[in-house]
Design a protein around this ligand. Structure first.
Ligand SMILES: C[S@@+](CC[C@H](N)C(=O)[O-])C[C@H]1O[C@@H](n2cnc3c(N)ncnc32)[C@H](O)[C@@H]1O
Length: 274
């Protein structure tokens, strides 16, 4: 990884540290609902994870641990990792409040093999994770290094084409950030807030990287993982942050003016050979 990417990730880390406490009390995350027994994992995530009971699971980029602790509630023996020290601190707090035990590590994705001694049956990551990573080759190698032979990697993510959807005065959408952009994208503070707290303007500049589906698959294959299943979905379970999507009566968000749908979510299951 190039030195400048480390600096850009440090800026992103400051941004994520700044969000944690407000995300924790946000309506979007609904910690109270979770404590009352509501699921924080959606149908796609549960489907891709399969059997959770009794499995050793590592949740990568776990934020403040809501989904991580949901895995504990479903019978997993779970660890979470995130590079935000504030996220890890709040995750430990939520673990105590909920009585759901998990071990949380402060770790950049690129340090998993250094910071986490254990291996796992399942490594899991979901929603809003890849755009923060400059180097998917090393991401995939770090993921693969934490899986037992015979174990699997599962991910659910917004489809990268979603970043190319933008609303225009000329019509419903035009291509926004190019799908194949190889340059880092800089986002200066513009008065908007995060997906969970849009009403709280961020003061941080952030940096994101576009990753086409082909790059994601190739990175996992080159890290020695065997792709067992990949699915694309013409809807997403969260979409309030995108001006192009409309929520249906079923609570799912879709691109409204397309007969056959636009891929908005994808999932991958990849096994580590014995
Ligand atoms: C959109 S959130 C993931 C949210 C998760 N799906 C949830 O709803 O709880 C992205 C997370 O990735 C973390 N993150 C971003 N870049 C990272 C990196 N290089 N290493 C580790 N964590 C990172 C952030 O701190 C943040 O918690």
């Amino acid at each position: 990884m190039i030195e400048s990417d480390k600096y850009l990730m440090k800026c992103n880390q400051d941004f994520w540290n700044s969000l944690v406490e407000e995300h924790y009390v946000s309506e979007f995350y609904g910690v109270d609902r979770f404590l009352d027994g509501q699921n924080a994992l959606d149908e796609i995530e549960l489907d891709v994870l399969g059997e959770i009971t009794g499995k050793d699971i590592l949740h990568v980029q776990c934020h403040f641990g809501l989904s991580t602790l949901n895995l504990v509630r479903k019978g997993g023996c779970v660890a979470g990792a995130d590079f935000s020290y504030k996220a890890v601190k709040v995750a430990d707090k939520l673990s105590k409040i909920s009585g759901l035990k998990a071990k949380f590590y402060e770790s950049n994705v690129y340090e998993l093999s250094e910071k986490i001694p254990d291996k796992f049956d399942i490594v899991f990551t979901s929603y809003g994770v890849l755009c923060w990573l400059p180097d998917l080759g090393e991401w995939a190698r770090q993921i693969a290094s934490r899986i037992y032979p015979g174990g699997k990697f599962c991910m659910v993510e917004f489809h990268p084409i979603m970043q190319a959807l933008k609303k225009s005065s000329m019509g419903p959408v035009i291509i926004g950030e190019p799908y194949f952009n190889e340059e880092v994208m800089e986002f200066l503070p513009d008065g908007s807030g995060s997906y969970a707290i849009p009403e709280v303007p961020s003061r941080h500049t952030t940096y994101e990287w576009a990753h086409p589906i082909s790059e994601i698959i190739t990175s996992l294959v080159e890290a020695g993982l065997h792709i067992q299943k990949m699915e694309e979905y013409p809807y997403t379970t969260q979409g309030g942050f995108s001006e192009c999507l409309t929520e249906g009566q079923d609570g799912l968000w879709r691109y409204p003016e397309s007969e056959f749908g636009v891929p908005l979510t994808f999932s991958i299951t990849a096994g580590k050979p014995n």
